[in-house]
Design a protein around this ligand. Sequence first.
Ligand SMILES: *Cc1c(COP(=O)(O)O)cnc(C)c1O
Length: 423
Amino acid sequence: MNTDVFAAHESNVRRYGRSFPTVFTKALGATILDEAGKTYIDFFVGSGALNYGHNNPNIIAPAIEYLAGGNILLSLDMYTAAKRAFIEVFVDSILKPRGLSYKLQFPGPTGTNANEAALALARKYTGRPSVMAFTNAFHGMSLGALAVSGSASTRELGGVARHDVIRIPYDGYPNHTFDSASYIDWIIGDPGSGIEKPAAIILETIQAEGGMNTASAAWLKEIQRICRKHGVVLIIDDIQAGAGRTGDFFSFEFAKVEPDIVCLSKSLSGSGNPLSMVLIRPGIDIWNPGEHSGTFRGNNLAFVTAAAMCKLWSDRQFIAGVALTTGKLQEHLDRLVAKFPSCIEEKRGRGLMAGLKCRSQNIVGRVHDLAFQNGLLIESSGPSRDVIKVLPPITITDDELDRAVAILNNALQEQTNGDCPSI
Ligand SMILES: *Cc1c(COP(=O)(O)O)cnc(C)c1O
């Protein structure tokens, strides 16, 4: 396979190409094909940007029709028929059935753009400069988003000072006996804490990049209560965990919380087309017209596929299928955890956003390489990269799921033959 062009011309910053050293061509559902004709099952799905699988026919067909029909593609934030249709279906299929009411802001197309908009709005709304962000958080690659990220290397990346972020412990950090919510409540309320009241608390319900750490429903409810009590804006970064990833549309539904601001991106378009959105509680929507902008706010092809994705959530059969797949995946993972205790420490995540915390980074590295050889794409996460991310498309077929788990099983089996040595 010729990868010389990438080595010769693409920046040293490239990563996944090194991690999966082949040249991909076509993809359908959970399966990707490379130039040599080898197939891979995708348990990585563009880091959560392809929850509905590759080229999902229900989502792609309207896009093909839209493209062929000479319809408008880029429109900044002008009104278009495609955007109107998306807003209507999002409100009817997603917000209304969940009893939610939000204003929709379309910032630039990346998740980072959504988080920056959310942080800017919370600071403007409260008039307070600082925000609280969690240990092991990941929120994106621009300065404000870098500043709120937990990883030392990520925060240092901007090369300039990152002001006005107060780091607080996530649910279960540093261990499960520590009550982080009470601590947060206390430091915000106590005038002697040395910590100023923040504009917002920004959080992920499952910290994907941070190691698939999972917040409990009780903890999320408590954080919401604390935010309301102190007049702090609650921002949920649902960029990776939302848009269906956990098996529900929003990752916070299970906890019955209603964040003030929700950021969506990654799988929002359902197709891998870039699209992001900020959901804003109406009272907080104090933007002046044009105050926040971005050239690629009007990606109409993405609106078309996003509308098709949202429609799936009105289909009972689709929802029942996702629930069945969730149960199957969890059973598979429980079996792996029970079978390979010398490799796997614990199962992490929730629903179809799962992880396997392994006993070392080396185990994960070797499982990754073996899985790749045998036709399965998986990625790692966590500060020590010792967590296998398990993110199948939520539309994966039983057969694909079984085959993928068998590959994972065999890769783990090879490790136990050597009793999972840590080097
Ligand atoms: C991917 C991700 C982002 C950043 O999104 P980009 O589109 O890469 O800018 C932010 N937050 C979370 C939780 C993410 O997973």
